[in-house]
Design a binder for this molecule. Structure first.
Ligand SMILES: *Cc1c(COP(=O)(O)O)cnc(C)c1O
Length: 361
């Protein structure tokens, strides 16, 4: 079958997700396992969201509303956008794939940062794109070099804001500078999966920029702060014409009905999640202090995860942590030698992380 499969697929390395808790328990015979590897929200959905989900479960014999009517109305109102400027996806990952599928022909170029979120690279490779990866500079995007890489063949530039694994964000000034003089025949894809965590006052309000730039597409997700990673729902915002293009290739029932009900409930329970953002920020500071005490260097982040330099073979450190029931992410795959990425968990989980890390090191 390999001979008849698309050539572009054969050099794709499959995405390796963080290990599920049950898998680690099963394989290592452990009772207590904590997962701080996939930037999930350890508290899960709020009680109001759970209730909305329970209500929706009764109707899963029916196909979902393919147009996500109520979710669309609720979100459009909150964002002060027109409903036709929104598209929903089976996670925001699906929107990355849709954008690539809609715009990239084999041989076209896609510009990404290195290291960055792996799905940009994987989706682009599958489409047969030539990938131009621009190295981060001190863990921040080198936007000038990325702009220098733009050619007539460039179709998409991916900007993670904040990006994963670096945890850094863009200011309004930086984004406007990037658009300045940039050919408008290029899709600028801003991925804001961690938008809800950022408290910095100079963080770009990218939705405002949609009026100015027709080639801008922004995605966000309910998987991270909103704690719905297992349900798969995210959204994209852009110019009407862009959304219309993406809708042509979207599967008709890509967002399930329980996810739609849960997402609406999340949007209506904003204060709960705003409080949670404060909790995560406070916990992140506590973890950073503990890392300082351990003498470890890390990349200070505005999200719910931190890149930590463990100053020795990171895969070995991850294996040892795993044996003690702590799942974190080895950054070797991202070519960040000696780095691990840890997600901020509950107070109790963070204490276990630090204690276990100390004993392993
Ligand atoms: C987690 C993540 C996503 C994808 O989340 P979905 O669950 O597919 O919505 C997108 N971008 C970045 C940078 C992420 O870390």
């Amino acid at each position: 079958m390999k001979q008849i499969a698309k050539k572009t697929i054969l050099n794709v390395k499959p995405y390796v997700p963080g290990k599920p808790i049950d898998e680690v328990k099963r394989e290592l015979g452990l009772r207590r396992v904590i997962k701080l590897a996939s930037n999930e929200n350890p508290y899960g959905p709020s009680s109001k969201v759970l209730k909305a989900m329970q209500g929706a479960v009764k109707n899963v014999n029916r196909y979902p509303d393919g147009g996500c009517f109520y979710l669309r109305q609720t979100l459009a109102k909150q964002l002060k956008l027109s409903p036709d400027q929104l598209i929903f996806g089976n996670g925001s990952d699906e929107l990355i794939v849709l954008a690539v599928r809609a715009f990239v022909n084999p041989g076209d170029e896609v510009i990404i940062a290195d290291p960055s979120f792996l799905i940009y690279d994987i989706a682009s490779r599958i489409a047969g794109a030539k990938i131009k990866a621009v190295a981060l500079k001190n863990f921040r995007y080198d936007l000038a070099s990325m702009k220098n890489q733009v050619s007539k063949k460039t179709k998409i530039v991916f900007l993670g804001n904040p990006d994963n694994p670096s945890g850094q964000y863009f200011t309004t000034k930086e984004i406007q500078g990037f658009f300045k003089g940039l050919n408008r025949d290029i899709l600028v894809f801003i991925d804001e999966a961690y938008y809800e965590y950022v408290t910095a006052s100079d963080y770009v309000d990218s939705v405002k920029l949609l009026k100015m730039y027709k080639n801008l597409f922004i995605t966000r997700t309910f998987s991270k702060m909103y704690g719905l990673a297992g349900l798969r729902v995210g959204y994209g915002m852009g110019n009407k014409e862009l959304i219309d293009i993406l809708n042509r290739i979207r599967e008709p029932f890509n967002v399930n009905s329980v996810a739609q009900a849960a997402a609406i409930a999340c949007l209506k329970d904003k204060s709960h999640y705003q409080r949670l953002a404060k909790t995560f920020e406070a916990q992140r500071k506590i973890v950073c202090k503990a890392l300082d005490k351990l003498g470890l260097i890390y990349v200070d982040s505005c999200t719910n995860f931190i890149l930590v330099n463990v100053k020795r073979d990171s895969s070995l450190v991850c294996k040892k942590l795993l044996k003690k029931g702590v799942i974190v992410r080895d950054m070797g795959f991202w070519k960040l030698k000696n780095f691990i990425r840890v997600t901020i968990g509950t107070d109790k989980e963070n204490k276990i992380l630090i204690k276990t890390l100390e004993s392993v090191l």
